[in-house]
Write a protein that binds this ligand. Structure first.
Ligand code: 7SA
Ligand code: CA
Length: 529
C-alpha cells in the first residue's frame, strides 16, 4: 500500500518547510551584499531638495551601480541643536539625538521617506535603517511623552546609574535609556517591527552598541527577523575598556568578534579601519575581514570612512574624526571591494568626489569573481605592499597594492591597472582547494650571513624573482625546509637558493634541472645543491 509512504514523505516535506531555518551564526545578509552608506554628516541640511528626495531620484542609479543594500540615516525626528565653542562647530537634527519615533525629520517627511524606500526597493536595493536605542534627547521637556519619567526608564533613574544601563553612557549619560528595562526594550521592539512592516526595513544598523548589551540586540533581532541583516557600530579602542576588562588587553578584532558572537550581528570592521589609519598597506591584512577563520571574516562589514570618521560635503566639511588620507582612498576601496567581509561605500566617495567609476569597476570585478563575505584570502607577505589572492566562488583575484609585484604567474590575466599603477589586479579561474607542500633543500651549508631560500614559478615562490623567494629554516643536518599552502593541481618548478642576508643581489642557485612536481600529488619536494 503506497499511501503511508506517500503521506510520511509529504509530512516530512511539510515539516522541513515549516521548521524555521536554524538562526544564522551571524546575520550578515547571506554574504553577497554590497552596502552603500546612503548619507553623510550634512545630508540632513541638504537644500533645496530634502535628502529623501535626493534618494528617490538616485534610486535607479544606486541599483545599477550594483549596491544590494543602503544604510539610511536615523529616521526618527531630531530637533536638537548644539554648538561647540571650542571647535567652533554646531549641529543637530542628524537623527542621533532624536526625540520621537515620528518620521517627519530634517531628512524629509514621512511620505518622502516611504517614497524613497519604494524607489530603492524597486531598484533592487534593500533598506537598512540606522537605529539609536542607547539614548534620546533629554533636553526637550517632551521627553516624558515617549518614555515617561514615572516609569523609571532612564539610566539616571538609578542611584547607581550603571544599575540602569547595560553599557556605556553617551556623553554625560543623562540622555541614556535603560535598555535592559523590559518596558524600554519592548517599545523599541514595537518600533523596529513598525519600520519593518510599514517602512520597508530589511535590516538594522545599531548605533553606539558600546552603550547596551549585545544580547539585547539579539533579542530585538529575533523579534524583527531572525534571518534579517544587522550590523553594530562598536567603535571602542582597547584602551577605552577598564583595566579589569579582558578587552583592554585584547585586539580590536577580538572585541569586535566577541560582540558579534553575543549579538549574532555583523559588525563594522574598526580593526581594519585602525590599520588603514595607523598601519602601512601591508598591515591591512590584520582587519577582521582578513582573519584566517571564515567565521571572523564573514562577521566584518568593511568601510573606508563614514559620517563620523570622514569628511562630508558642506558645513565644516562634516566631522572628520578619523579620515583616511586622500592618496590612500582608491587603494583602500580596491582592498575592501575585492576582499572578504561585506564592503560599505561612503556616499560622497561614490557620488560627490569622483571615485564612482573606479568603485563601479571594482563592484563589477567582485560580482564577476563571486567574492563573498566568507571568501578565503591568502596574503603573500614576501612581497612589498599588499599582495593577496581572494578566492571567489567563480574566479580568483590577485591584488597588488603599492607593491613591487609587477608580473603575475601563469594563468592570471590583468583586469585592472589604476592610480598610477599603485593598483594592479589580475584574474584567474577558480582555485581548486588548497594543499600544503613541504620543500627541502639538501646538501647545503650556507656561510654565516647567508640563508637558504626556495624560489620558483608560482607567486608563493616569488615567480622566479630571488628578491621574493621564501626563506627556509634549518631542519636537519645539511637540510633546510619550509612549507607552502597553495591551490592543488598546480605544476610547480623551483630551485634552492643561497642568498646573502645583507645583500639581496648576492645569490647562489642550485644547478639545473629545476625541481618539478604537481601540488597535491606529493606532499613534499626535495632539491639538492
Ligand atoms: O578620535 C577618533 C579616533 O582617533 C583614533 O586615533 C578615536 C580612536 O580610538 C583613536 O584610535 O576614536 C575615539 O573617538 C570616537 C569619536 O568620538 C569615539 C570612539 O569611541 C573613540 O575611540 O566614537 C564614539 O563617538 C562616535 C561619534 C559614536 C561612537 O559610537 C562612539 O564610540 N558614533 C555614533 C554615535 C553617535 C551618538 O548617537 C553619533 O554622534 C554618531 O554619528 C554615531 O555614528 O544630554 C546629553 C548631552 C550631554 O551629556 C552633553 O554634555 C551635551 O554636550 C548632550 C550634549 N551632547 C551633544 C554633543 O556634545 C554634540 O557633539 C549632543 C546632543 O550632540 C552632539 O553629539 C553628536 C555627536 O557629536 C555626533 O558625532 C551626536 C548627536 O547629535 O551625533 C553624532
Ligand atoms: Ca547606555
Amino acid at each position: 500500500m503506497k499511501l503511508p509512504i506517500l503521506i510520511c514523505a509529504a509530512a516530512a516535506w511539510l515539516l522541513a518547510s515549516t521548521v524555521p531555518a536554524a538562526p544564522p551564526s551571524v546575520r550578515n545578509g547571506g554574504g553577497e551584499d554590497i552596502l552603500l552608506q546612503g548619507f553623510h554628516w550634512n545630508s540632513s541640511r541638504n537644500a533645496p531638495q530634502k535628502w529623501y528626495e535626493v534618494l528617490t531620484q538616485m534610486a535607479p542609479t544606486i541599483g545599477q551601480d550594483g549596491f544590494t543594500k543602503i544604510w539610511l540615516p536615523p529616521a526618527w525626528t531630531d530637533q536638537s541643536s548644539w554648538s561647540d565653542p571650542t571647535s567652533g562647530t554646531s549641529g543637530g537634527g542628524e537623527g542621533y539625538f532624536w526625540n520621537d519615533f515620528d518620521k517627519n525629520s530634517q531628512y524629509g517627511s514621512d511620505g518622502q521617506l516611504k517614497q524613497a524606500v519604494a524607489a530603492l526597493t524597486n531598484a533592487g536595493v534593500q533598506a537598512v535603517y540606522d537605529v539609536v536605542p542607547n539614548h534620546m534627547n533629554d533636553k526637550l521637556a517632551g521627553k516624558q511623552v515617549r518614555f515617561p519619567r514615572h516609569l523609571k526608564l532612564w539610566r539616571d533613574d538609578c542611584a547607581t546609574p550603571s544599575d540602569c544601563d547595560q553599557g556605556d553612557a553617551f556623553m554625560s549619560g543623562s540622555a541614556d535609556l535603560n535598555t535592559g528595562n523590559a518596558e524600554v526594550s519592548s517599545r523599541f521592539m514595537q518600533e523596529f517591527r513598525n519600520l519593518r512592516d510599514n517602512y520597508g526595513a530589511k535590516g538594522l544598523r545599531f548605533d553606539f552598541v558600546r552603550g547596551y548589551a549585545p544580547e539585547r540586540v539579539d533579542i530585538w533581532m529575533k523579534n524583527f527577523g531572525d534571518q534579517a541583516f544587522c550590523v553594530g557600530e562598536l567603535w571602542k579602542s582597547p584602551n577605552e575598556y577598564p583595566a579589569t576588562d579582558w578587552r583592554s588587553q585584547a585586539s580590536w578584532q577580538d572585541a569586535l568578534k566577541d560582540w558579534s558572537d553575543r549579538s549574532h550581528c555583523a559588525v563594522f570592521d574598526f580593526a581594519l579601519k585602525e590599520r588603514l589609519q595607523n598601519g602601512n598597506v601591508a598591515e591591512w591584512r590584520h582587519g577582521l575581514n582578513g582573519n584566517p577563520d571564515a567565521a571572523w571574516r564573514q562577521a566584518a562589514v568593511t568601510f573606508v570612512d563614514n559620517h563620523d570618521t570622514g569628511y562630508s560635503p558642506g558645513q565644516y566639511g562634516g566631522q572628520h574624526h578619523w579620515p583616511l588620507s586622500d592618496p590612500m582612498r582608491d587603494v583602500a576601496y580596491t582592498y575592501i571591494l575585492l576582499s572578504p567581509g561585506t564592503p560599505t561605500v561612503y556616499w560622497p566617495d561614490m557620488y560627490d568626489w569622483g571615485r564612482g567609476d573606479l568603485i563601479r569597476t571594482l563592484i563589477g570585478l567582485r560580482k564577476d569573481a563571486g567574492i563573498r563575505a566568507d571568501s578565503p584570502i591568502s596574503f603573500q607577505s614576501h612581497y612589498s605592499g599588499l599582495v593577496a589572492t581572494t578566492n571567489g566562488s567563480r574566479k580568483r583575484l590577485l591584488l597588488a597594492l603599492d607593491s613591487d609585484l609587477a608580473k603575475a604567474p601563469d594563468g592570471f590575466t590583468p583586469v585592472l591597472l589604476a592610480d598610477g599603477q599603485r593598483i594592479r589586479v589580475w584574474q584567474a579561474s577558480q582555485a581548486p582547494s588548497d594543499t600544503t607542500t613541504t620543500l627541502h633543500c639538501d646538501n647545503v651549508q650556507p656561510n654565516p650571513g647567508q640563508a637558504v631560500y626556495a624560489v620558483g614559478s608560482p607567486l608563493e615562490l616569488g615567480a622566479w624573482d630571488p628578491a621574493h623567494a621564501i626563506a627556509l629554516q634549518p631542519s636537519a643536518s645539511n637540510r633546510w625546509s619550509g612549507s607552502v599552502v597553495w591551490p592543488t593541481q598546480q605544476s610547480v618548478e623551483w630551485k634552492c637558493l643561497i642568498r646573502n642576508l645583507s645583500d639581496i643581489n648576492e645569490v647562489y642557485w642550485q644547478a639545473d634541472p629545476n625541481n618539478r612536481f604537481v601540488t597535491g600529488a606529493a606532499n613534499e619536494s626535495v632539491g639538492r645543491f
